[in-house]
Design a protein around this ligand. Structure first.
Ligand code: PEP
Length: 243
């Protein structure tokens, strides 16, 4: 599974060029889960225009309808035939003060309706203190007792790796992914073992080193997904290595 997170980037012109560059570079056509989360205002246009991408999702969602200015609800995602929603991205946590309680409500409202990609990750300070696993366990605490849909996915995104050009060692990522799978399995009511994506400065240069690892089920790609050709190269690497 490879998902692009375009964040607050893009324009009509950009996604049209993107589509040409992506299609020119894409080698293998496999049934890899391939998705893009564009800014929501482009959602409908991109869903009908980017036919080379099978799944279009959103970067975030709200957990209620009604008087909540600026929000987009799960019912609206269903109405628009949205394929997935990212929740808990570190930028939402840091810039918009989203906490685990709020993210939990979002997961509960998405569960069994829209595929959920929950982002978790530690800061540099937490990593240096050796508390990565404690932080991840706390962030995953919100799914305790939930009967998770089989599509429920986790993206491990160390905050310090996002957009920085820094990444953890692939072996460390592998160990953390195994840990995440074990924690989700033990916390969820139905012992769900999630797919775990790695996110944080993934490029077409380093992607192979991550995809080689057993517990890396794919990637959530930010910066490198903004150019169609770079994103296609990452997809090609994945398709050449994983089922
Ligand atoms: C992200 O923000 O989800 C992300 C992975 O960003 P980047 O690839 O730019 O580090």
């Amino acid at each position: 599974m490879i998902i692009a997170n375009w964040k607050c980037n893009g324009s009509t012109e950009m996604y049209k060029t993107w589509s040409v560059d992506f299609s020119n570079e894409l080698l293998h056509k496999k049934d890899t889960y391939l998705g893009i989360a564009p800014p929501s205002i482009y959602f409908g246009d991109i869903k009908s225009y980017l036919t080379c991408i099978p799944f279009i999702g959103v970067q975030d969602v709200d957990y209620l309808d009604g008087p909540r200015t600026g929000a987009i609800s799960v019912d609206m995602l269903i109405d628009m035939d949205c394929n997935f929603s990212i929740v808990g991205h570190s930028e939402r946590r840091q810039l918009f003060n989203e906490d685990n309680e709020l993210i939990k409500k979002k997961i509960e409202s998405l569960n069994n309706k829209i595929m959920t990609v929950l982002c978790i990750g530690e800061t540099m300070v937490e990593s240096q203190k050796g508390s990565t696993k404690n932080i991840l366990e706390e962030q995953l605490g919100i799914i305790k007792g939930l009967e998770l849909n089989e599509s429920f996915t986790v993206a491990y995104e160390p905050v310090w790796a996002i957009g920085s050009g820094l990444t953890p060692e692939p072996n460390d990522i592998n160990e953390i992914h195994k840990y995440i799978k074990d924690v989700v399995q033990s916390y969820s009511a139905n012992n769900h073992i999630p797919g775990v994506l790695y996110g944080g400065s993934v490029t077409d240069i380093n992607a192979e080193s991550f995809f080689k690892k057993q517990y890396v089920d794919g990637a959530l790609v930010g910066g490198a997904s903004l150019k169609g050709a770079s994103f296609a190269k990452i997809v090609n690497i994945f398709n050449g290595m994983k089922q």
